[in-house]
Design a protein around this ligand. Structure first.
Ligand code: FAD
Length: 532
């Protein structure tokens, strides 16, 4: 009886969401959810505006049940379409104050590949519903230029808006149709990271809704430690609703160059030389070219048909060759000297004679290059239907030659199971603030580490499973023979011990921050870090 009074006093609404209720017609949760599993959602209060923004229709549920990887499928109980940031605060509060809190995952674009944005039996927050929160460019003599963006915004929209002011962020991902919250939850890397650090190194402050439903403002300048730890958080401490990102004067055009190497040692030596230069390139990446992994691919069809045939012929002869990709920005101010600057940058490089290829394109077109390929593939249905069992790693400099021989040559080339692309390029360790919870190989005496992206595509579940097994085999091999790696966009850890090993000395602080900012372990369950 006493319990009943408590129930009515707190207006507890007990809902159960079961897939049995999922219908083909979009339906809002206007009727109470019944409890079928004893792990129901129990709310002390549920704001009426929240219930009307929770959806269980088939389309919403299916979309939120998987991601770009198509490897992991977890069904949420409902999908939340917030109109305002306070809607998200109300949702998190509903969970936090429930007797049995439910899991909540922010979903940017769901372009993770290992189920990181999923929430089994919980609620997925479609951040795109907030698309009107705006992108505002500002500046001050103290802070310089910056842009305030919502966590839900795509980077392409950030670029387009800032370019109207002749400004742009400095650190990017290869693909711009990813959300600000999604990439900042990881690190956000591309060929500019050697120079400017990852995207998380270029955030001045941010607003985050923590797992204790507090909208918290973290300021880079005052509390460096806080913002660093929160920036890369795999969604564990809060939902990013706004980030303030550093801007610089944008170039208008780029010289985009690719060179071919037959030998991995020469290839990596030249990469390391390039990222050490003052006034050197603005972007450095690299990739493998093999018989089954041609010079042009969905990341970029850079080469003309004739050039591609010539390069692919060389790849057939050697089995595996390497493409170094370099970009130098320019605008009206250095249009007359850019070619000379480029010559200076390339001075002393040891690429194959006759195998240097150059393009001159608009800055925005260069940054948006993957989208161009996506549009081509999308029209063939290739992009959407494919499975993407990717493996992204950071490899220590001292291990990269072993990694090349034992993984890239002995496994990737020999087994030849996918077309890739396969990326290899270096980063300067000093551009990664050690206080960040972003994890890189922790070799104190090494100023460089490599990022390796094995970006597989598979036509069906069976092929995807084979590549997923190959990824696991690579991780096991590295572990067994002591190749020093860390997973970027980690997805293969299944136990707490593995996460502790991943974070190393940063684990205790990471765990403490989880206890402080999300003690009920509500947020981003798809990362599989905190169980139960
Ligand atoms: P989601 O996949 O939706 O979410 C990722 C994680 O972040 C989840 O745990 C989610 O809960 C959490 N999250 C999402 N939004 C928020 C928020 N607002 N606040 C807090 N947590 C949030 N990565 C690179 O670094 N460099 C690249 O060059 C690169 N290229 C890519 C190219 C393609 C084609 C694809 C598919 C991915 C690429 N990625 C790259 C990986 C990409 O950065 C990550 O997968 C990123 O998480 C995807 O962003 P998303 O917006 O879809 O996030």
């Amino acid at each position: 009886m006493a319990n009943l009074h408590v129930l009515s006093a707190y207006i507890i609404l007990l809902y159960t969401i079961s897939n049995h209720f999922v219908s083909a017609i979009p339906t809002k949760l206007t009727t109470p959810w019944k409890n079928t599993s004893l792990t129901s959602f129990t709310y002390k209060t549920l704001h009426p505006e929240i219930t009307t923004k929770l959806f269980q229709d088939t389309t919403s549920i299916i979309t939120a049940s998987s991601d770009f990887g198509q490897l992991i499928h977890e069904t949420p109980t409902a999908v939340f379409h917030p109109s305002t940031i306070s809607d998200i605060t109300h949702l998190v509060k509903s969970s936090y104050t429930a007797s049995t809190p439910f899991k909540i995952a922010a979903r940017g674009r769901g372009h993770s590949v290992g189920g990181q944005a999923l929430a089994k039996d919980g609620v997925v927050v479609e951040m795109s519903s907030l698309a009107n929160s705006g992108i505002r460019v500002s500046g001050s003599p103290d802070l310089g230029f910056y842009v305030d963006v919502g966590g839900e915004n795509f980077w392409i929209d950030v670029l387009r808006t800032t370019m109207e002011y002749g400004l742009a962020p400095v650190s990017w991902t290869d693909y711009l149709y990813l959300t600000v919250g999604g990439t900042l939850s990881n690190a956000g890397i591309s060929g500019q990271a050697f120079l400017h650090g990852p995207q998380i190194s270029n955030v001045m402050d941010m607003d985050v809704i923590t797992g204790t439903f507090i909208l918290t403002h973290f300021k880079y300048i005052d509390t460096h430690t806080y913002v660093s730890s929160l920036l890369y958080c795999l969604g564990q401490f809060g939902i990013i609703t706004r980030a303030r990102i550093v801007l610089q004067k944008a170039p208008t055009r780029v010289k985009w160059v690719r060179m071919i190497y037959e030998d991995f040692v020469t290839f990596t030596n030249d990469q390391e030389h390039l990222i050490s230069l003052n006034n050197g390139p603005d972007y450095v990446e690299g990739s493998l070219i093999m018989k089954k992994s041609p010079a042009n691919n969905w990341r970029s069809s850079f080469f003309s048909i004739d050039d591609e045939s010539k390069i692919n012929l060389l790849a057939s002869k050697h089995g595996i060759i390497y493409s170094l990709e370099v970009v130098k920005y320019y605008d009206e101010s250095n249009i007359k000297t850019i070619d000379e600057e480029l010559d200076n940058v390339f001075n002393g490089l040891s690429f194959e004679s006759g195998y240097i290829f150059m393009k001159d394109v608009a800055f925005v077109d260069f940054l948006n290059r993957v989208r161009t390929e996506e549009m081509k593939l999308g029209s063939e249905g290739f992009w959407e239907i494919n499975h993407h069992p990717w493996l992204n790693l950071f490899v220590s400099k001292s291990s990269i030659l072993d990694f090349n021989q034992l993984v890239l040559v002995e496994i990737i080339k020999k087994e030849s199971r996918s077309t890739g692309p396969f990326l290899v390029y270096p980063m300067n360790q000093k551009k990664w603030d050690y206080k960040m919870s972003a994890v890189i190989p922790d070799e104190d005496d090494e100023d460089i580490f490599y990022t390796v992206g094995l970006l597989h595509s598979a036509r069906n579940v069976e092929d995807s499973k084979i590549l997923d097994d190959q990824n696991k085999k690579i991780l096991l091999l590295c572990d067994e023979i002591g190749i020093k790696i860390k997973q970027y966009l980690p997805q293969y850890y299944k136990t707490k011990e593995e996460w502790i090993k991943h974070f190393g000395i940063k684990w205790n602080e990471f765990e403490e921050k989880k206890a402080k900012y999300d003690p009920e372990r509500i947020l981003s369950p798809g990362q599989n870090i905190f169980f139960g």
